[in-house]
Design a protein around this ligand. Structure first.
Ligand code: ZN
Length: 249
């Protein structure tokens, strides 16, 4: 004997269908949330950040060393000029000394020459220190310059990696968006409204009722509550009495 499909059965099928669509919508939204989270926490971005910091530190140190070398060169040039002036002055005093007869005058000249020698020796020492500074700065700078190509390459690769991963995630999100539009247009407007309302509060808005447990809050419904959910109109999507999520039977 053939039984005609009753209204209740049709409604049940509709409810099942709507319920399944709702779960698919939830699945898409969860996937989109995960993609957004992944995009916000990319390991590739951390790598890029760290490489960018290395580049900044590298540039800063190169600039410091260049300034240091230039300052040392200036100081050495100044010391050389002052030494030259002292040498001229000293020769003049030496010549004067040859012509001086009075011992007191000779003593005064010798004292002046000794002061000049002292100044000259201080200048020499300062120049040597500056030459050392210059030399070690040049060694460090040239070692840094040897790293430049590698560092720039790392920065470029890290930038590309971030761009590529972001583009892949964005493409996935666009795809999810398209599927979502189709699902939303297939669902009753009021139901989508309820779904969005709960989703804004709880993140996950639709959950399966498995046995007596809501898969959304993982709490058991009492036998009376389960009974009420099961006996609610076939085309209705009831709320979970525990968490308020839309319960799909
Ligand atoms: Zn629940």
């Amino acid at each position: 004997m053939l039984f005609p499909v009753s209204d209740t059965e049709t409604a049940d099928a509709a409810s099942n269908n709507v319920g399944q669509l709702l779960l698919q919508l939830q699945g898409l939204d969860t996937a989109a949330d995960q993609a957004q989270h992944r995009k916000a926490n990319l390991a590739e971005r951390e790598t890029l950040k760290s490489v960018a910091e290395s580049v900044i530190a590298w540039e800063k140190r190169c600039n410091e060393l260049t300034a240091l070398i230039s300052a040392a060169e200036d100081a050495i040039a100044r010391a050389e000029q002052q030494s030259g002036e002292i040498d001229v002055k000293r020769s003049r005093l030496q010549e004067q000394l040859k012509t001086v007869i009075a011992p007191r005058e000779a003593e005064a000249l010798q004292h002046e020459i000794a002061v000049l020698d002292e100044e000259r020796s201080t200048l020499d020492e300062e120049a040597l220190i500056k030459m050392d500074e210059q030399s070690s700065a040049e060694v460090e700078l040239s070692a840094l310059q040897a790293q430049e190509a590698d560092l720039r390459q790392q920065a470029s690769a890290a930038t590309t990696a971030v761009t590529e991963v972001e583009a892949a995630i964005d493409a996935g999100l666009t795809d999810i968006g398209t599927q979502r539009e189709q699902l939303v247009s297939a669902l009753p407007k009021a139901l989508v409204g309820r779904y969005e309302h709960v989703r804004a509060k709880l993140g996950v808005a639709a959950a399966m009722l498995t046995g007596s447990q809501c898969e959304g809050c993982h709490l058991d419904l009492s036998p009376a509550e389960v009974d009420e959910v099961r006996r609610s109109p076939a085309d209705a999507i009831p709320d979970c009495p525990q968490c308020g999520r839309l319960l799909v039977r």
